[in-house]
Structure formats: C-alpha cells, structure tokens
Design a protein around this ligand. Structure first.
Ligand code: IMP
Length: 180
C-alpha cells in the first residue's frame, strides 16, 4: 500500500508510447532479419505491458520467456543486490536473446541479469528498456535500445508500479506527493 497521498501527472501519453514502439520495432526487425531463434525475455513484473505491445509489433518468429529479479529495499528505492526469483523456462545457449525491461535506473538489475544470461552462451544478447534515467546510474550499463530518456522522477503506469499500484494506467505518469 502507498504510504503518503499522491497524484499522478501524465508524462508520456499512450499515443506517444505506441508511436515509439513502432519506431523501435522497425530497428529491432532489421537487427533480427532472417533469424528464427529469437527469444524475447520479459523481466517481471514491470515489463509485462511493454513486452505485450512490443511482440505484437514484431513480425518475426519469436519465443517469449520471463524472468523475475528481486527488488529489495523500500518501495521507491531500487535494490543494489539482485536475486533471481523466477528463472527462464527454456535454455538460451546458441539463441538470440532480447531482454525487455521497464526502466533502467541505477543499472544494477539489467547489469546483473545480462551477466547471468551471458554465462549461458547465447548467440547474441541485447536489451531494450522503455525508460532510462541516466542521471541515476551507479553501474556502467546501457540498453541496446531505449524508448525514452527521463529525468530523475518516480514514475508509474504502463506496467510500472508504486507499491504494486498503478500498473494498469495506459500512460506513464509522474508521482507527485501532496503536502500535509
Ligand atoms: P535498477 O536496478 O536501479 O536499474 O532498477 C530497475 C528497477 O527499479 C525497475 O525495473 C523498476 O522495478 C524499479 N524502478 C526504478 N525506477 C522506478 C520508478 O520511477 N518507478 C517505479 N519503479 C522504478
């Protein structure tokens, strides 16, 4: 449960997200043209809306798998220690793997996950994040594709939560706490 009263100000509209996904998918399509061994891996839970829209824009023979990494710490601070709570169902050795994340913040989560998946010897390992907050980075990590760079604001919607709420908003909104 969120602890303090807040409102949500729209930051990126559903329409802008859809248009950006179309552009990204044109680039991804080019990268994987001719391959029939692509596995698209969604990081639970925040990427579930993004991956659903992304794969439906891709005209490629793909498989979909999911992985869940833990987030310790309080509800607004990302964890520096990453644990795998749910691993992939399938083997990825020799496969092309595209990891799909909601936000790259400190960078610890995607950094850890990509190292883990590299150790399983995929043919190619790339990543895509809908949002990137470069000013918050603590480890040197850059996703292969990024939807939008945003300032250091706490955001919700389009799969992203605040204390497990607001994942079902169709747009990305900024959390603004009310005084008092
Ligand atoms: P990182 O390991 O610090 O890069 O954190 C990535 C994870 O932190 C994301 O997948 C989100 O779960 C969470 N996170 C980072 N920023 C936000 C935010 O603004 N709103 C909600 N969750 C966030």
């Amino acid at each position: 449960m969120p602890t303090r009263p807040y409102v949500i100000d729209e930051m990126i509209s559903a329409k802008a997200i859809a248009a950006r996904i179309e552009d990204l998918c044109r680039e991804i399509q080019k990268e994987y043209d001719g391959t029939d061994k692509l596995v698209v891996v969604g990081l639970l839970r925040g990427s579930f809306v993004f991956i659903a829209d992304l794969v439906r824009e891709l005209d490629l023979p793909i498989e979909v798998d999911f992985l869940e990494a833990s987030s310790y710490g309080d509800v607004m601070e990302s964890s520096r220690e990453v644990r795998i709570l749910k691993d992939l169902r399938g083997a990825i050795e020799g496969r092309d793997v595209l990891v799909v994340e909601d936000i790259v913040d400190t960078g610890h989560t995607l950094n850890h996950v990509t190292h883990l998946l590299e150790s399983r010897h995929p043919a190619r390992l790339k990543s895509i994040a809908l949002l990137d907050k470069p000013s918050r980075r603590e480890v040197d990590f850059k996703a292969s594709w990024t939807g939008f760079e945003i300032p250091d604001e706490f955001v919700v919607g389009y799969g992203i939560d605040y204390a497990q709420r607001n994942r079902n908003l169709p747009y990305i909104g900024k959390v603004r706490f009310l005084e008092g």
